[in-house]
Design a protein around this ligand. Structure first.
Ligand code: AMP
Ligand code: ZN
Length: 115
């Protein structure tokens, strides 16, 4: 998609610190980290948000979670744990309109999940 910042990262048109990539999925460091480890995992397919996922995407979205595990292992946060967040739409606070899963870890996170 034109003008989608994450599609531009996928096409290597803008730089990112990529920590994982295969033919369907990419993971890179968040530019404005909210925790010592803050990685974004995205499908290369441009899906705008959680509510746009269809049955056709079930395998892909499932695979996101095995990639999350690989990335967590690689970043050294597997053992102590981490949090995965996907913001959806206006009320969910989604800023980038390409579905993404935040992996947050590297410290004991706050107990509240709603800010
Ligand atoms: P959300 O509010 O869930 O849409 O989160 C979007 C996230 O994307 C924020 O945490 C931003 O810091 C991050 N972000 C935006 N642009 C970039 C970029 N070019 N490279 C890496 N992370 C980005
Ligand atoms: Zn996109």
């Amino acid at each position: 998609m034109e003008n989608c910042v994450f599609c531009k990262i996928i096409k290597k048109e803008i730089p990112a610190e990529i920590v994982y990539e295969d033919e369907e999925i990419m993971a890179f460091k968040d530019i404005n980290p909210a925790a010592p480890v803050h990685i974004l995992v995205i499908p290369k397919k441009h899906i705008e948000k959680l509510t746009d996922i269809t049955t056709e995407d079930e395998m892909l979205i499932g695979k996101i979670y095995t990639v999350i595990n690989k990335v967590a292992e690689k970043m050294g946060i597997s053992e102590n744990g981490f949090r995965v967040i996907a913001n959806c739409g206006e009320n969910g606070g989604q800023e980038v309109k390409h579905i993404h899963f935040h992996i947050l870890g590297g410290k004991r996170l706050g107990d509240k999940i709603v800010g």
